[in-house]
Design a protein around this ligand. Structure first.
Ligand SMILES: [Zn+2]
Length: 117
């Protein structure tokens, strides 16, 4: 499953942050996952439980997943609308023909480290 590949990418990035900042551990990683990506948050969460144990700097930390609403722009009338809530159909003209303008991203938004550790 490609969620694991993504997770290893996240772990690599966070590992760099840890190293660059002279940290030895993080408490939480916040990632944003657009609805228009094919990423399944539950798989990410499950995968994280498994692989975070393999890294000293991640042990006991939490993965926080924030969903970004997928937004489309209708190619017929230009209306912008939330895709999932409208089942992919333009609420103005009923067209299915659209460009996805938001919600395609997957990125690390924040690495949280508690003080006094
Ligand atoms: Zn339309």
């Amino acid at each position: 499953m490609h969620e694991l590949t993504l997770l290893y990418g996240v772990v690599d990035k966070v590992g760099e942050v840890v190293k660059d900042n002279g940290l030895d551990h993080v408490d939480a990683i916040v990632i944003e996952v657009g609805e228009a990506t094919s990423v399944i948050p539950e798989f990410l969460q499950d995968g994280y439980e498994v692989i975070s144990d393999d890294y000293d700097f991640l042990r006991g930390s939490e993965l926080i997943i924030e969903r970004i609403t997928a937004v489309g722009r209708c190619r017929q009338c230009g209306t912008e609308f939330p895709i999932v809530a409208n089942k992919g159909i333009c609420p103005e003209c009923g067209s299915f023909d659209k460009d996805i303008i938001e919600g395609m991203d997957f990125f690390i938004r924040e690495v949280r480290v508690m003080e006094n550790q």
